[in-house]
Design a protein around this ligand. Structure first.
Ligand code: ADP
Length: 648
C-alpha cells in the first residue's frame, strides 16, 4: 500500500511542470521529478544520493557560512514564500536562471528539504548571487531592478519582432510571444529546444557564428512543423556576453519578411519594367550627375554617341566626345545653373557628336532631376534621332523649291514662247502685205521679199517643231530611225545648208582624215549639228569665225563646234541641256530662243549611245562637243527606238 502511494505521489510530481527536488537532512538528493530531468539534463538515477548543491554553480554553494539550501531556509520567514532568483547548473555546465523556493518538512533526522524551481524564460539579465525577489518591497535597489526588469520584459514582449535567447549548448532559454507565434509553437515547446537539432544548416552556421562572438544574418523560409505554414523570415543572430566578457550564448531577432518580400518583389518587377522601358526606348536617355558625369545611359544613347554604354559611366561629355562634347555640354551646364529645362536643342552628327557615318540630326532635351524636396540630383538627357524627319523636311523644302522653280520656268517659258512665236509673224505679215500691194498694182514681185517671208515661216516652223519634239521626248515618243550614216558627209552637208544663214560669220571645217560612219538617224543627227551651228552663230558676234572639227578617236567620232561668242558662266553649264534652260547672260531681248535646242540634242545624242558636253568661259566663247560611237565600234546594239508602248 505504502509503495503504491509512493508511486502515485511520484506520478503526480512527474506531472508537475516545474522541477522539484527533495533532499534528506544531509542535503543529498532523495528524489527528483521528470521536469528536473528535462531542465537540468540529468537522469534521475544519476542524481540520487548526490549533494543538491551539485545542481548549482560552485560559487553559489555557500552564503554567510551556510550551505545554499540552509541559507535560503534561514530566510524563509523573511521571504514569506516568495522565490529567490538564482542560477542553476545543468549537467553540461550551462547555467540557467531559475526562481528557487526552498522549504523543509519533518523533524530533525527525518527532515526533508524540498527545492522547487521555475525556469525564468523571459529574463535575460544575469545575476551573480541570489537576490530576493520582492515586488514593490522596501529597498531602492530592488525596486529599481524590478522596474528595469519589468520594462525589459515589456520591451521584449511588445517588440514587433520575434526574440529568442539561447545558451552555449545551444538551447533556447527564453523567447517572446511574437517568436512563438511566428514559429507557430508554444513557448514551452520552444524553450529547451536544442538548436543544433534543426535541419537548416544555415541556421546552425549562424548560431555557431554568434557563439564565436560574431553577428550573422539568416534569411530563409521557415516551415512550421505543425501547420506546414511557410513563413519567409530574416533572423539576426548576435552573441550575448557574460560580465567576464565571454560569450554565454546569443540572441536571435526574427522578422517576418512576408510583406517586405512582397514589396521587394513588386519593386523589383517595377524596376524590371522601368529597366525594359529605359533600355528599349527608341529615344536616347541618360543621366548626368551634378559633376556632369554620366551615371546611366541606355543603348540608344550609346549608339547615338557611337560608344559602348559602359564607356559612358563616370565620364563627362567632353571626355567622351572631345570638342563636340564640350559644345553639347553647354546644355546640361545651363540646366544646372538655372534649374530650367532646355527642350529640343537641335544638332547634327558631324557638328556636335562626332559620330562616324552619314550626317544625322538630333534633338536633345536636358532637364533637372530633383529629389522630392527640390534638390538637384543631376541632369536628365533625352536625345532623339530626328534624321528621318529632318530629311523629309529638307526633301519637302527641296520639292517646294523645285515646284516654285518649275512654275517660274513655265511662266518664263510662256512669255518667251509667245514672244518667240510672235516675232516672225510681224515681218511675215509685212512681207505678205507688200506682196499683196504689188500684185494689186500689177508691179513686179521682188524675190527677196518672198525669200524673207519664207525665212520667217521657216523660223516659225522650227520653233513649233522644237516644241513638238520636246513634248515627244517628255512623252517618250521621239522615234529614231537608225541606219548606216556617213557622219563626216552629214556635217559637211549641214554646214553647206547653213550658208544662207551665216551672214558675216565664217565657218572653218577641219575634216577627219578618213570617212566616219555611224549607226544613226540622219535627220535627227543633222538636227543636232545644225542646232550647235545655229547657237554658235546666234551667240557670237557678227563676223566671228566658227571652227568645226570632226575627228576619230578609239572608235568614237568627236565633233566640236567652237565659237568666239559670249560663253556660258561656269555655274550654269550643267543646266544648259535642261528643258527650257537659258543662261542668264543670253537675254531674251538680244538672243531669241526657247531653251529647247540643247535639250533635244542631248536626248538624240544619248539615245545614239553618245555624249554631249560643253567647255566654255563666260565672255570667251564656247566649244560644244558631241561624241558618237562609230559603226565599227564593237558595242552592243543601241536602243535607238523606244519600245512600242511609247509609240501609241
Ligand atoms: P536657245 O533656243 O535658247 O538657244 P538652246 O537649248 O539651244 O536654246 O540653248 C540653251 C541655252 O544655252 C541658250 O539659251 C544659251 O544661254 C546657251 N547657249 C547655247 N549655245 C551657246 C553658245 N554657243 N554660246 C553661248 N551660250 C550658248
Amino acid at each position: 500500500m505504502a509503495g503504491g502511494a509512493a508511486r502515485e505521489l511520484e506520478a503526480i510530481l512527474d506531472a508537475a511542470v516545474d522541477p522539484f527536488i527533495a533532499c534528506g537532512p544531509d542535503e543529498r538528493i532523495l528524489h527528483v521529478n521528470a521536469a528536473t530531468e528535462r531542465l537540468l539534463g540529468w537522469d534521475r538515477e544519476q542524481l540520487l544520493g548526490r549533494p543538491v548543491t551539485d545542481l548549482f554553480p560552485s560559487r553559489l554553494h555557500r552564503f554567510h557560512g551556510l550551505s545554499l539550501p540552509r541559507y535560503l531556509l534561514s530566510r524563509r520567514k523573511k521571504l514569506g514564500g516568495r522565490p529567490t532568483r538564482i542560477f542553476a547548473r545543468r549537467r553540461d555546465g550551462v547555467e540557467l536562471q531559475v526562481e528557487l523556493t526552498v522549504g523543509a518538512t519533518g523533524t530533525q533526522g527525518h527532515e526533508r528539504i524540498v527545492l522547487m524551481m521555475r525556469r525564468l524564460h523571459e529574463v535575460i539579465d544575469s545575476l551573480e548571487e541570489p537576490v530576493e525577489h520582492v515586488p514593490g518591497g522596501p529597498g531602492a535597489g530592488a525596486n529599481h531592478e524590478e522596474t528595469v526588469d519589468r520594462l525589459y520584459r515589456l520591451l521584449v514582449e511588445n517588440a514587433p519582432l520575434g526574440i529568442f535567447h539561447f545558451d552555449r549548448a545551444p538551447i533556447i532559454t527564453a523567447c517572446n510571444e511574437r517568436f512563438s507565434s511566428l514559429i507557430g509553437t508554444s513557448k514551452r515547446n520552444l524553450v529547451g529546444l536544442q538548436l543544433f537539432t534543426l535541419s537548416d544548416e544555415n541556421i546552425i552556421a549562424c548560431v555557431r557564428e554568434a557563439l564565436n562572438g560574431h553577428s550573422c544574418d539568416y534569411e530563409g523560409d521557415y516551415h512550421a512543423l505543425t501547420t506546414g505554414k511557410v513563413t519567409p523570415v530574416r533572423i539576426r543572430f548576435a552573441p550575448c556576453y557574460s560580465e567576464d566578457g565571454s560569450v554565454e550564448g546569443g540572441v536571435g531577432i526574427v522578422e517576418d519578411i512576408t510583406d517586405r518580400r512582397r514589396v521587394e518583389a513588386e519593386r523589383e518587377e517595377n524596376l524590371a519594367q522601368m529597366d525594359l522601358l529605359f533600355r528599349g526606348a527608341p529615344v536616347g536617355i541618360g543621366f548626368l550627375d551634378t559633376n556632369l558625369r554620366y551615371v546611366r545611359v541606355n543603348e540608344t544613347l550609346a549608339r547615338i554617341n557611337g560608344l559602348p554604354a559602359e564607356a559612358h559611366l563616370g565620364r563627362t561629355l567632353p571626355e567622351l566626345l572631345g570638342e563636340p562634347g564640350a559644345i553639347a555640354e553647354q546644355g546640361p551646364r545651363h540646366v544646372l545653373r538655372t534649374g530650367e529645362p532646355l527642350v529640343n536643342q537641335e544638332s547634327t552628327s558631324d557638328e556636335d557628336l562626332g559620330a562616324p557615318g552619314p550626317r544625322r540630326y538630333f534633338a536633345g532635351s536636358f532637364y533637372p532631376v530633383r529629389t522630392p524636396d527640390g534638390r538637384i540630383l543631376g541632369v536628365g538627357v533625352l536625345v532623339e534621332d530626328i534624321t528621318e524627319r529632318k530629311l523629309a523636311e529638307e526633301e519637302r523644302a527641296h520639292l517646294y523649291r523645285e515646284a516654285q522653280e518649275a512654275i517660274r520656268v513655265r511662266d518664263d517659258f510662256l512669255s518667251i514662247a509667245s514672244h518667240e512665236l510672235k516675232t516672225p509673224l510681224t515681218p511675215l505679215s509685212l512681207r505678205l502685205a507688200t506682196l499683196e500691194r504689188r500684185l494689186e498694182r500689177g508691179e513686179n514681185l521682188d524675190p527677196s521679199v518672198l525669200r524673207h517671208a519664207r525665212h520667217q515661216l521657216t523660223r516659225l516652223t522650227g520653233l513649233i517643231n522644237d516644241l513638238l519634239d520636246a513634248s515627244r521626248i517628255e512623252a517618250g515618243r521621239l522615234a529614231l530611225h537608225p541606219e548606216s550614216t556617213r557622219f563626216d558627209l552629214l556635217v559637211e552637208q549641214t554646214l553647206a545648208g547653213m550658208e544662207g544663214q551665216k551672214g558675216n560669220h565664217t565657218f572653218d571645217f577641219e575634216r577627219p582624215r578618213e570617212p566616219i560612219s555611224v549607226h544613226g538617224d540622219t535627220y535627227r543627227l543633222e538636227q543636232v549639228i545644225s542646232n550647235l551651228l545655229e547657237n554658235a552663230l546666234k551667240y557670237s558676234p557678227d563676223g566671228g569665225n566658227i571652227r568645226v572639227r570632226l575627228s576619230l578617236s578609239d572608235d568614237v567620232a568627236v565633233l566640236s563646234v567652237t565659237d568666239p561668242g559670249i560663253g556660258i558662266p561656269e555655274d550654269q553649264q550643267q543646266q544648259l541641256f535642261d528643258r527650257y534652260f537659258r543662261a542668264r547672260n543670253a537675254s531674251t531681248r538680244s538672243y531669241g530662243g526657247l531653251g529647247l535646242g540643247l535639250y533635244i540634242s542631248r536626248d538624240i545624242v544619248e539615245r545614239h549611245g553618245g555624249r554631249i558636253w560643253v567647255e566654255s568661259e563666260a565672255g570667251r566663247g564656247s566649244t560644244f562637243y558631241v561624241a558618237l560611237p562609230t559603226l565599227s565600234a564593237a558595242r552592243p546594239a543601241l536602243p535607238l527606238a523606244w519600245p512600242d508602248r511609247h509609240l501609241h
